[in-house]
Design a protein around this ligand. Structure first.
Ligand code: 5GP
Ligand code: MG
Ligand code: MG
Length: 180
């Protein structure tokens, strides 16, 4: 699996450091509050578990599963709700934890959905932000790294459901796509 990687963009150490500093920022923001932290499956699983343990604040955690990619490397433009959260978020402070914001459509869908349900506040923490991919205007409140417009894998992010278990974030060799 490691042989399929062209280059490493962010090492495990860099990701750990980013989680620590984001955790500090988030702790300050939610001091005295008990937010509902919602991890977006499946890409954000590792980031979610690392980030919540870096935050010193009471919190509830939940997960939501949405899909817009259907196995390809370009967004299809529609977002489907595959599995909802169980928590009633009406009147609650909600923090969405995402792996990456690309077109912004997934995030827009989540922001609209949680706003409709009457969340008191909604903020976004994403490990990666790809501003060049943006199609709708959404912003992240807590961002780990701004990435170039390349398809990245690892640390939860997949290509064709593989590579999620790489401990770092990297770019695949072009022949991996060509052989599909
Ligand atoms: P958006 O709705 O912002 O276009 O995309 C959000 C979702 O698309 C992300 O949560 C992620 O699952 C997927 N995605 C976007 N860019 C990349 C990428 O570079 N690599 C991988 N593996 N997934 C991506
Ligand atoms: Mg995601
Ligand atoms: Mg994916």
């Amino acid at each position: 699996m490691n042989n399929d990687i062209l280059k490493v963009l962010y090492s495990k150490e860099e990701i750990d450091n980013a989680c620590k500093s984001l955790g500090n920022e988030i702790s300050k923001t939610y001091a005295g509050k008990t937010p509902v932290v919602v991890g977006v499956l499946k890409g954000a699983i590792f980031f979610m578990t690392d980030i919540v343990r870096a935050v010193d604040s009471y919190m509830q955690i939940d997960f939501i599963d949405v899909s817009s990619y259907h196995g390809a490397t370009e967004s299809s433009g529609t977002v489907e709700l595959l599995q909802d959260i169980n928590t009633n978020i009406t009147g609650r402070d909600v923090l969405i934890v995402e792996d990456i914001v690309d077109t912004g459509r997934t995030l827009k869908f989540l922001l609209d959905t949680f706003a409709d349900r009457g969340a008191k506040s909604i903020k976004v923490c994403t490990l990666l932000d790809k501003p060049a991919g943006r199609k709708v205007d959404v912003k992240s409140d807590f961002t780990g790294f701004k990435v170039p417009n390349e398809f990245v894998v690892g640390y939860g992010l997949d290509y064709d459901e593989k590579y999620r278990n790489l401990p770092y974030i990297g770019v695949l060799k072009p022949e991996i796509y060509a052989n599909k």
